[in-house]
Design a protein around this ligand. Structure first.
Ligand SMILES: Nc1ncnc2c1ncn2[C@@H]1O[C@H](COP(=O)(O)OP(=O)(O)O)[C@@H](O)[C@H]1O
Ligand SMILES: CC(=O)OP(=O)(O)O
Ligand SMILES: [Mg+2]
Length: 412
């Protein structure tokens, strides 16, 4: 049984075609062995450097081409998959469903077959998730047109956080806003944090561990996980909140807005647009929302890029502290996502000087992680022998979680 999973990130488009036959709970199941095809387009919107990569069976190709938006990326990947020579989707009937790592469904939090009501629910949240929901809706419509007989499944990112206690979900606002308009901390990156919860339990050899999952990428969030369940997360009502994002603001005081309207003469709409596309790491560095560019510039002494890096790290540490107290301890920190998996600079700075809390990173393991974890697909531990808390890098596999959820949603 095959499921195609589409993952439209804020800066990327990734897909995997997965074989989900048989009992997926069995300990013998290895998600990496189930991938029949995968593809990724990075740096979407950064036309000069967008990178496309595709692997279908033994066929592998990497190229650079301008990819201005997710629509072009989805179309390019569909062309690869249906390519008469190397494609593996020549016959759509071979695929049982297309799963989407959908972001904000508002009144719909869970996993659903995509119908007009689901598309409407997502559209109602466009203003809350402007970088995410519109491209998902467009991709769902495109794929529905292209493969009218295939069920489409939306696996919303908020579902994993349904277990967070109310005291950590409620904003201190008039309670009617929460009751009537669901203004609350929803949390996102649920598929990634769930994958980390499952894989970390295997690696630690226990189900009851207290874990901080650091998903750091184009969008970033931390989640505190206790016994496999989300108990606290950094993103709130929308994926603009929590940590500074690539070009979205992160936590911010809404009362700066009336002041800015008064002093700049700009409209609320224009200021919100800037907070959602000119803020975050891009706003701080005035250079780029991509950490690779920021690290390179910081290295050359660029003060704004150095500040962007420091703010990002300080925010991660601030939330980590809150999570350790909320859980009453910590067994493991896991780094994942494009930044978490690749940036030794961020991992080192996040874990620095925490010996008093029993957290000690082995700097040389951290520095050499990329070259030494090739055999294990990028997975590996970074903690020093003296550390009470384990530190891991675990490449995320959001597509695997979405595929499992989609399989259930179509009743298989
Ligand atoms: N080698 C690297 N070093 C540092 N940061 C990296 C590296 N590779 C990717 N990144 C960061 O990861 C981000 C992409 O992360 P990813 O999780 O794939 O994003 P998303 O799903 O949000 O689009 C890039 O924007 C960049 O900031
Ligand atoms: C919130 C979310 O899913 O973010 P991204 O896909 O950009 O990582
Ligand atoms: Mg992502």
């Amino acid at each position: 049984m095959l499921i195609l999973v589409a993952n439209l990130g804020s800066t990327s488009f990734k897909y995997k075609l997965l074989d989900v036959s048989g009992d997926l709970q069995s300990p013998d199941v290895r998600p990496d062995d189930r991938v029949l095809a995968r593809g990724a387009v990075e740096r979407i919107g950064d036309a000069s450097t967008s990178r496309c990569e595709v692997t279908i069976g033994d066929y592998h190709n990497e190229s650079e081409m301008p990819v201005p938006d997710h629509g072009v990326a989805v179309q390019a990947c569909l062309d690869q998959l249906t390519d008469p020579q190397n494609g593996c989707l020549k016959d759509a009937a071979e695929v049982s469903a297309i799963g989407f790592k959908a972001v904000h469904g508002g009144r719909k939090s869970g996993t659903f077959l995509v119908d007009d009501d689901v598309l409407d629910a997502m559209a109602e949240m466009n203003a809350a998730a402007p970088a995410h929901n519109p491209p998902y809706i467009a991709a769902m419509k495109l794929l529905r047109e292209r493969f009218p007989d295939l069920p489409l499944v939306a696996a919303f990112e908020t579902e994993f956080h349904d277990t967070i206690p109310e005291a950590r979900r409620a904003y201190a606002i008039p309670s009617q806003w929460r009751q009537d308009y669901q203004v609350q901390k929803w949390g996102f990156h649920g598929s990634s944090h769930r994958f980390i919860a499952e894989r970390a339990a295997e690696l630690l050899g226990r189900e009851d561990a207290k874990i901080i999952s650091c998903h750091l990428g184009g969008s970033s969030s931390l989640t505190a996980i206790e016994s496999g369940k989300s108990v606290m997360t950094t993103m709130g009502m929308t994926p603009q909140t929590g940590l500074p994002q690539n070009n979205r603001v992160g936590d911010f005081d809404p009362f700066a807005l009336p002041l800015l309207i008064e002093r700049t003469g700009q409209s609320l709409e224009s200021l919100l647009k800037q907070l959602a596309s000119e803020g975050g790491l891009k706003g701080l560095s005035e250079r780029s929302g991509d950490l690779r560019d920021i690290e390179a510039a910081a290295d050359e002494g660029d003060a704004k890029s150095q500040l962007a890096l420091s703010v990002f790290v300080e925010e991660i540490r601030r939330h980590m502290g809150g999570m350790i107290v909320a859980m009453g301890g910590l067994d493991a920190i896991v780094f994942t996502g494009g930044i978490g998996e690749n940036s030794e600079v961020v991992r080192q700075a996040v874990c620095a000087n925490l010996d008093n809390l029993g957290i000690a990173i082995d700097s040389s393991k951290n520095l050499n992680h990329r070259s030494e974890s090739k055999q294990s697909g990028g997975e590996g531990s970074l903690h020093d022998g003296s550390s009470n808390v384990q530190i891991w890098v675990i490449p995320t596999n959001e597509e695997w979680i979405v595929a499992k959820r989609a399989k259930k949603a179509i009743g298989s």
